[in-house]
Design a protein around this ligand. Sequence first.
Ligand code: NAD
Length: 732
Amino acid sequence: MTDFTMKIDAQGIATITWDCAGKSMNVLNQDAIATLDGLIDQVISDDAIKGAIITSAKPDFAAGMDLNILAKMREDAGDEPAKGLFEGTMKMHAFLRKIERAGMDPKTLKGGKPIASVLPGTALGIGLELPLATHRIFAADNPKAKIGLPEILVGIFPGAGGTTRLVRKLGAMGASQYLLEGKTVNPKAAKAAGLIDEVCDDPMTAARDWVLSATDADIVKPWDAKGYKMPGGTPYTPSGFMTFVGASAMVNGKTKGAFPAAKALLSAVYEGAQVPFDTALKIEARWFTHILMNPSSSAMIRSLFINKGALEKGAVRPAGIPDQSVKKIGVLGAGMMGAGIALVSAQAGIDVVLIDQSQEAADRGKAYTETYMDKGIKRGKATPDKKEALLNRITATTDYNALKDADLIIEAVFEDPKIKATVTQAVEAVIPDDCIFASNTSTLPISELAKASSRSENFIGIHFFSPVEKMLLVEIIKGRETGDRAVAKALDYVRQIRKTPIVVNDARFFYANRCIIPYINEGLRMIGEGVAPALIDNAARQLGFPVGPIQLVDETSIDLGAKIARATRAAMGEAYPDGAVDDVIFWMEGQGRLGRKSKAGFYDYDETGKRLGYWDGLSDKYPRLPEQPDLIEVQHRLMFVQALEAVRAIEENVLMDIREGDVGAILGWGFAPWSGGPLSWLDILGSEYAAERSDELAAKFGARFACPALLRDMADKGQSFYGRFAPKDKAA
Ligand code: NAD
């Protein structure tokens, strides 16, 4: 069975229907392109055909390109992968250009056949680039449908003409949010923005009527017509000049130069805007090839597209356990985290019992959902009915009896083992025997907390990140005795609330905090050494981290850092390695500068909590080094201190699957997304260089940079992480 089939009706309209066999969404692969190419030839050459409509048999149009096509182009080209990628991309351009020209005489622009596209639902990536090459795009009025070009989010950019066409359609400014931010919108918003042409209840009929009545002029794209001027102007017009100067500044401001695809996209747009359309496509193909040849793009696609998807689909779910979808959840502790967990659970249609020590505290937790929905209503993203439905799902109470038919409990009370133990026992006295009990602790070992439970196989960690409704990652922690059903339950719950899970074994700080804390600590050490805080934070931002380590301590609060330091010091005794960090953090605590919440930390703040600049008093205590270290050294310290920790997490079997190490780092704490994650980054560096560099850092800065035995072994054998630990299920 082929993915595209064609039927010609009595009026001579050819309907080409896309229906990828065995898949819920259409994705474009090599065979499908060849089939569609043949059908388009037939449409153009067969006199009985007046025009064509390309649509989908599925509820959506298409999710994008089968990314294996890119790998295949590269492979097929043997020793010359860049040549293979460029030529493959140019073939795609020729194919889409054929649709766009539809047989017309390129001089008179006459004699072509109208080709429309009909989008029943979502159309993303190549799923929009293909329609953009047709003459008119009709979409069903489906508010759930997403339309856009999200390629930039996985480290590439639209390379099948989408970049060149959208810029010529909307102008560089108009296209920028779709190309540079990968923004997707529903059909009505897509029409308003000019991405598509029509939104209607019956797009097939509308498209047929249009095909039957289309004139020669209707099917000539503006850029193929005489006298075309790009909306907003080309770079060397007064208005265009302003746009491009502004766009360049904006891109660099947002990406800090850390994302090669954004820069390449901008170059393709800038250079392409100054030449005829077909030359612009060639320029787009060159930059697209350039970006595909950058290891960052394969690493980002692997982590953020392939492996993220695999984890969400249950790649690490224990086999043979029936569906464990949650029906009723009990959330203990209605503070910052509990309130967020209640919100996202109710959004997933789960009944929630939200418990705190007093009715007032429980109500306050529920009110979080109310405020959240009110904001959504104001911004037109929610309705009063939805708010009502959500609030009806949440019962705020102090009564544990309300938990008697819950099938999952998530505990988010104070970070105190004694309180957690009391609550665990009180809850277990009420809940059914098969109810799974999870703790949202960020620092306490799950196996220790499980000692308070009489059913430790049902006890697990479900660690959210703050703010719960925004953060995409959930870290699931297996205690020593946690059973497979508890893991399956946690994974099925995470799927219900549409987040991405990783499953790790229990150890101090699990996985995420194990890496984040050294990142923060390295920044604090540098403060102690006299490195300028602006250099530290900017070094991190230029690596693509959303916030630098010094700003991060201010955001999460200095007393929390001090509290964790004291607890860790008490637990580790003599082996505690972070005295130099504590000097800085305890001193700041002593100064009463507790971070943003006290409007005084490493930064100064105004009354509204807005950052004003770094606090001058810091250099009185920690005088600045007259000669500051170079940027790369600061960046290597910040990156290696995390990446080596990720390697140790593999050695200690905390991380059981390298995919989770990379996906978890990017989604959990924004680890340099362009790198594909810490393990992908080490692969980009190469194990040999990575081992050598960690030796150098260890000699200069201390044992925390000591090369782990695993990395040393890999360096000796010339191995990479993704070579040595290739996942068995072929998802990566
Ligand atoms: P919080 O102080 O905002 O909320 C804790 C809530 O628990 C309070 O409302 C308190 O009244 C309630 N509580 C205390 N004892 C209780 C009891 N015996 N019965 C019922 N309710 C009780 O704290 P938080 O920031 O929401 O953190 C809660 C948990 O989540 C902690 O274990 C913390 O380590 C973990 N966590 C926090 C974050 C974060 O960024 N804040 C992130 C991940 C995990």
